[in-house]
Ligand binder design. Structure first.
Ligand code: NI
Length: 177
């Protein structure tokens, strides 16, 4: 078990597209998943992508419990998603606030597809195929963006809607994610 340092925006490894996982039975993958989960939980993140701890593989994980920023958002079960493929289910986009462990202390309004299908593989190499919407869809898009070297500030359409969390949301003591 290990909590790994999370790379911050400006590190070129966050801008590098990740490679697919080929060997689902490797010790290295199992260790990566343990380290990612330890790191995500230690930092209270809603999700984490392998490139954020400097590993250039197509591995993300996410879990959403009750979130004060999204009081109406559904919870999302802990999910490991490997080699993901996203397919939007409509052209509808929705803007909402996002943060990122690699952009600590900040929030921005990011447009995302409202509904999408995601496919990939779980930690055991079994297929995952889910159609989701709302905050679940947002989290998946944010994490999978990391695998393509995209950080959420790159998607903000109006940079007036980008700022420091404690200034945007004073007194709310919000976590990074
Ligand atoms: Ni992020």
């Amino acid at each position: 078990m290990a909590v790994r340092p999370v790379l911050k925006m400006g590190d070129p490894r966050l801008l590098t597209p990740a490679q697919p996982v080929v060997d689902f039975a490797s010790v290295e993958l199992a260790q990566l998943l343990v380290d990612m989960r330890d790191t995500m939980y230690a930092l209270n993140g809603a999700g984490l992508a392998a490139p954020q701890i400097g590993v250039g593989l197509q591995v993300v994980m996410f879990e959403v419990n009750a979130n004060p920023r999204y009081p109406d958002a559904e919870t999302v079960p802990f999910t490991v998603l490997i080699n993901p493929v996203l397919t939007p289910l409509s052209d509808a986009l929705e803007e909402d606030w996002e943060g990122c462990l690699s952009v600590p202390g900040m929030r921005g309004r990011v447009p995302r597809h409202v509904a999408l299908r995601y496919q990939g593989f779980d930690a055991a190499g079994q297929p995952i195929d889910r159609s989701v919407s709302g905050f679940h869809a947002r989290v998946v898009q944010h994490e999978v963006d990391h695998l393509q070297g995209i950080l959420y500030p790159m998607r903000i359409r109006d940079l007036r809607h980008f700022g420091y969390t404690e200034t945007l949301f004073p007194g709310q003591n919000l976590q990074d994610d």
